[in-house]
Design a protein around this ligand. Structure first.
Ligand code: UDP
Length: 256
């Protein structure tokens, strides 16, 4: 790794470096896993490589649909080149099936299909533990404008429709997921684009037949087998060969 480039930010699961050109950033996916606002931590070898690949796959499909995202290209096993944005301080959560904090908060049994998809907003603030907020808070405190909220809602619905279908086609239920958006400045213009990542770290994915969890709940709930589950997601998406484990391997001699 080139150590001379400037580190812009280090988060829980990713590091951002200055990109090769102005307006670009390099995202490095770490193997670190955190849960419960970083109270629980571990290093899970191979996770970063898998999330980089899975997120690349999904963002590329979304770019193909004409949905604006920050993704430019994958650079290597752990890194991707993205457009620089100013992150809108919201975690946009989409729920198709009750699970996690919503099941708890509203006393709904996990696994109950919701009458329709529900979009929730949390204020992105680790110190406060990303509290659930209403649109009123977003506009009152100026975290995003009404136009930005409209754009975010419209894009979020498209992303959920696309991803639900994509996962259903490979026998996986998209229970819920979290996405983030950013502002891309182009001269006088500002546009809202999808940023961050979409991976089994930020989605709940259940096997349709067995209801087996194929996401970060394996870590949150001490179920084990996280890398194997992420590998299975990647394999079903067609992005891993049977013998490609998604783990960094030592250089091997290739006979000519
Ligand atoms: N999520 C996330 N980052 C967060 C909070 C939630 O990626 O900081 C994802 C989580 O993986 C799940 C969805 O958002 O797919 C809904 O999470 P929930 O509100 O149920 O919170 P949790 O139970 O994970 O605390």
């Amino acid at each position: 790794m080139n150590q001379r480039r400037r580190r812009i930010y280090e988060g829980k699961a990713k590091i951002l470096y200055e990109g090769p050109e102005p307006g670009t950033v390099v995202v490095h996916f770490k193997d670190d896993a955190t849960a419960f606002n970083a109270e629980k931590k571990a290093v899970i070898e191979g996770k970063g490589v898998l999330n980089n690949r899975i997120s690349e796959f999904i963002f590329e499909r979304l770019n193909d649909l004409g949905l604006p995202t920050h993704f430019v290209k994958r650079l290597n096993m752990r890194e991707q080149l993205v457009r620089e944005v100013e992150i809108i301080p919201l975690e946009v959560i989409v729920r198709n099936i009750a699970a996690g904090s919503m099941a708890k908060r509203l006393g709904i049994e996990e696994g109950t299909a919701l009458p329709r998809s529900i979009i929730e907003f949390c204020y992105k603030n680790d110190e406060l533990g990303d509290p659930l907020i209403a649109e009123e808070h977003i506009t009152a405190f100026g975290w995003a404008s009404p136009q930005e909220i409209d754009d975010i809602m419209a894009m979020t619905i498209r992303i959920n429709d696309f991803m639900s279908g994509m996962f259903a086609a490979i026998g996986i239920k998209l229970v819920d997921f979290k996405i983030e958006f950013g502002r891309q400045y182009e001269g006088d213009l500002v546009r809202t684009i999808l940023a961050d990542e979409i991976s089994p770290d930020s989605c709940r994915l259940w096997d349709m037949k067995t209801s087996e969890k194929m996401d970060k709940d394996r870590f949150r709930r001490d179920l084990g087998g996280l890398v194997e589950a992420y590998q299975e997601v990647a394999r079903r998406l067609g992005i891993l060969n049977e013998n490609d484990q998604g783990k960094p391997s030592k250089p091997t001699l290739v006979k000519s």
